[in-house]
Design a protein around this ligand. Sequence first.
Ligand SMILES: [Mg+2]
Length: 365
Amino acid sequence: MMKIKSYEAIALNVPEEDPLANMPEEEGRTRPVVILRLLTDNGLEGIAVTFYAGKLNGALKKTLEQMCELVIGEDPFRIEHIVANLRNSTGDPTGAGGMFSLALSAIDIALWDIKGKFLEQPLYKLLGGHRDRVPTYASGSLRRGLTDDQAQEAAATLISKGFKQMKTQMALPGDPSPADEVRRVQVIRDVIGPDIKLMCDINQGWRPEQAIDIGNRVEDVGLFWLEDVTRADDYQGLARVTKSLKTPIAGGEYLYGIAPFHQMIQAHSVDIIMVDIIRAGGVTQWMKIAGMAEAANLPIVSHVMPEILVHVVAACPNGLTVEYMPWMLELFEETPEIVDGELVLPNKPGLGLKFDEKAVALFKA
Ligand SMILES: [Mg+2]
């Protein structure tokens, strides 16, 4: 039996650049992350990345290390057994959110990477392998902090790079009128034309009634979805907005674990389920949420880390598109290619990723 032998967690500060359109909101800003290597007694290495702890990144690294200690000696194929043991270790067998979930996800992703490497199969095939290419959209370039001119320039750059889908943001800084908000998406639409799919993220910035008002006014621009229009845990408020607008509403990236998605689906809060794999608890939990969404006739979309999430979206019949957020690309030697606006699934085993050791050394916190 293969066993987990050792681990290494490293805290990094990854530059927050915008390699897609070279339009960063703030020069020189970095994002704290923790990378994980999980090693087996037969020489396999599973890798993962976790973050969202911000200035508490040191605490996340410590949490991850303490949890990895509890995984030493375990059979990496018994993932649900390992997850149950880790949950029990906190005294809360049903859950534990926050740091626990952020660390659990790294362990779970690394275990799936090991599984794929052992079986010599790419992760998306282990999980169902529904497609070997998936649509993707450029994210992180058309931020709300840009001027209209900068947003138009960035949109033109994304088009020139062949993107067929892209995401912008509303809930603009300052004290924008509803007309200001609509103008921002209109100026982008003017540049990209009618056929490019344009998503728009509100990042929980509006009240439900504001979302209904601005959502109605923006309907003629033609958005592929409006995302996180109000607080993520206001399931009923979201449902009011979803019922009132023709534009599909997406949401879910802020939720921890799987149970909140059940609430969200029951309340008809959104038209498109977005899952953050790190908050959800890793690949194992992502697939459970995808199944719930499929049963409810809802598409599922990913949040950040396309190089990892491409596998889970491609695996599922209801996977809609992959967010191409380039935050972590620099951490890896090679990441999946985009051809004709679609991500091509790698054929290498597991995640198909290798840390770029030079980048890891350079970004060390
Ligand atoms: Mg979002």
